[in-house]
Design a protein around this ligand. Sequence first.
Ligand code: DAH
Length: 342
Amino acid sequence: MTLEQFEQDIEALRSGALAAFTAAQTAEELEAARIQFLGDRSGLLKTVQQALGAISKEYKPAAGRAFNAIKQVLTDAHEARGKALSRSASPAADLDLTMPARRQWRGGIHPVTVVIDEIVAIFRELGFTVALGPQAESEWYNFGALNFPANHPAMDAHDTLYLKGDVLLRTHTSPVQIRTLQTFPPPIRILAPGDVYRRDFFDASHAPMFAQIEGLCVDEGISFVDLKAMLSNFARRFFGAAKTRFRPSYFPFTEPSAEMDVECQICHGAGCSVCKGTGWTEILGSGMVHPSVFEAAGVDAEKYSGWAFGMGPGRIAMQRYGIPDIRMLYDADVRFLEQVAE
Ligand code: DAH
């Protein structure tokens, strides 16, 4: 046999075997092709190997190399086809079933919203409904109708974020008192949660935008006793055993006025950076509605009286969750929110 003939046999073996392996669609078909081409006893590769013996000595080394090469190619092709068939027969064979699953992200309610919802729920039991007002307010609703003297320092352009003309971003939720009194006749019991704006630095205890909750109760014969009873009831419901205290204060739209403090829940009264070393945190301002406010809103101040408060749910959330820096409420850092979101 010449080398040329031998190489032709090898080429025929290669194309025939590769075509048969590729055409095999099942493990059984592949096995039949293997026996036909690579079988130990009568496979075509074996026949070619036997032909090697008939090659003249001179060409034997080249023929031997060609034989070894084709044997390797066909063995590899058979193995690859076998793997491909077992993959398609069972798609899971290629998956790593021990790989940890991707983590689920679950949305939560922001701690300030949780606090607002809870406060609204407590007062709802006492007959309070929710009222809302605009965040872009006029100077009159934000200051004038609330009995701020015309030259009050809070109206200074530096303390307030003005938009156009006398329109500003409200600095508190108290203007909702006026809007409610103008719209509905007493008896009135409302809570007005919403965002307010101040020209404040963004530091550990201040933010230029934060939430407030206004409360307003107006009827015939409402007295300071009602104010104190309502707020004490609220504090007991919300803070449980934590100590609270009332302090006399001043607001242009209430007379008399008082602020309510709760014992700092972060240091439990020992004094820390959040309570500025006092052991107490102010959570609300309050008082009896000033007659000038009734007058501005067109309510008969001889007939009606009422009380009001303004709370800071952000501060209350900080107290409840032990949050040392107000900026954490705005950062949207998932590592923090995961711990407090409900
Ligand atoms: N509006 C006040 C502020 O933002 C808070 C406040 C104090 C509201 C006393 C009231 C109140 O309704 O009676 O600082």
